[in-house]
Design a protein around this ligand. Structure first.
Ligand SMILES: O=P(O)(O)O[C@H]1O[C@H](CO)[C@@H](O)[C@H]1O
Ligand SMILES: [Mn+2]
Ligand SMILES: [Mn+2]
Length: 406
């Protein structure tokens, strides 16, 4: 039986790429910074299960030294490597599409101005098209900081909050009750359509609840409206061959529902892990269970919460044996990331980093896979594993299997 489980720890970079300087990210290292913080606090980072899969070995090959406070395990049970990104950006869709064998070789559009970030013509179209009383924000911002600043004004005025970041994104924050969740989604769909000429990768609905007194809190009802990948991903190829692709978390959103047979949503790392276990339990032959753990990025990386990121990693690590107990020797497990988001870095944006590639099962020999020149090596390996036609990008680290049985 062939089943692949791919877990993306969103934003879990393991050291700056050689082109990180172009992004202002030279020296960024998400895992390295977290380990350093914990070592300095006298509570070294404990990730025994990820370590056995080769995480710290991969990190030390990427960063040039062993993470602070960490001792490398003597026995490693997985194949481990680190990958640089071919795609032009360091955003979530680029990272995920490249993982699935389709790097983004074109330039996204960006809203570069920190203030008055959006073109007036676009703003006018949105105000008229959705009959809005106006808008707030229109700037670069951290999504939680802008709620502290404008949340009350939003409730009082009924004007949605528009903001962006270093990524190719247009984000809209609105209160679930005062503005209305469905109204927010409809506004995002309008924005998605109007943004086509600007080549923007994603519109993100950012619903929130609460009040000035209790504080504002973003909810799990976030929705991402991505454009479709520029060419068929390994997900599409698996579906075309009669296989199954199960999305857990925001995977389906990131691929604009292309190449997905079923989707399951859950909020929080534990709930996403539970949903992954449930999907693995029911997954049959020729299926891929593909999960994105967004909280590493949205709750800790962007929030520059090093302590929170460390705790979340440890909690995630502690659950890995539950998953491993469900896997047969022929199943393929891949743990990886889509970009970095070093919580010790200035600002609140992603960081251009290598991603870990931790692969086990499926006859893989434990040991180093070395430096991989594209995230697409994962997609190419999935194609080889399932016996699908080869992808245009990436080098497989897995021996090609028999052609897919139809
Ligand atoms: O600060 P928040 O709202 O979490 O936004 C972040 O989330 C977006 C998607 O990763 C990024 O582009 C960044 O802007
Ligand atoms: Mn991401
Ligand atoms: Mn992010």
């Amino acid at each position: 039986m062939k089943r692949a489980i791919v877990l993306v720890l969103d934003s879990f970079g393991i050291g700056a790429t050689s082109d990180a300087g172009r992004f202002g990210d030279e020296g960024a290292d998400t895992l390295g910074a977290i380990a350093r913080y914990r070592a300095a606090a006298g509570k070294p980072l404990q990730l025994p299960n990820l370590a056995r899969l080769g995480l710290f070995h991969a990190h030390s090959e990427s960063a040039g030294s062993v993470a602070a406070g960490v001792s490398l395990p003597v026995e490693v049970t997985g194949a481990f490597g680190y990958a640089e990104e071919l795609s032009s950006g360091k955003d979530t869709p680029s990272g995920h599409w490249e993982i699935a064998g389709v790097p983004v070789l074109f330039e996204w559009g960006y809203f570069l101005d920190k203030e008055n970030s959006f073109p007036q013509a676009l703003l006018d179209e949105l105000v008229a098209g959705a009959a809005l009383p106006g808008y707030l924000g229109n700037c670069h911002a951290s999504g939680t900081t802008i709620l502290e600043k404008l949340g009350q004004q939003h409730i009082d005025s009924g004007k949605p909050i528009f903001y962006t970041s270093a990524d190719s994104v247009f984000q809209i924050a609105a209160h679930e009750q005062h503005f209305g969740l469905e109204r927010l989604y409809a506004l995002c769909e309008l924005a998605r359509a109007r943004l086509a000429p600007y080549n923007i990768g994603r519109v993100i609905a950012r619903p929130f609840v609460g009040s000035l007194e209790t504080g504002f809190e973003r909810t799990g009802k976030r929705r991402d409206y991505a454009v479709e990948p520029p060419s068929p991903t390994v997900l599409n190829k698996l579906l075309d061959a009669g296989g199954e692709v199960v999305s857990v978390g925001k995977i389906a959103d990131i691929y604009a529902n292309s190449g997905i047979s079923r989707k399951v949503k859950a909020t929080g790392i534990d709930a996403l892990f539970d949903a992954t276990l449930a999907e693995v339990a029911r997954a049959g032959d020729n299926s891929l269970v593909f999960t994105n753990f967004v909280d590493f990025d949205s709750s800790y990386g962007h929030r520059r919460d090093i302590a929170g990121y460390a705790d979340a990693l440890e909690a995630f690590d502690a659950r890995l044996p539950e998953l491993q107990a469900q896997l047969g020797g022929d199943d393929l497990l891949v743990l990886t990331a889509d970009h970095g988001c070093d919580p010790s870095w200035p600002g609140s944006d992603h960081t251009r980093e290598h991603i870990p590639v931790l692969a086990s099962g499926a006859g893989l020999v434990p040991g180093s896979l070395g430096k991989r020149h594209s995230f697409a090596d994962i997609g190419q390996s999935l194609a080889a594993y399932f016996g699908l036609p080869a992808m245009d990008f990436g080098q497989s680290f897995i021996a090609t299997r028999n052609a897919f049985e139809r």
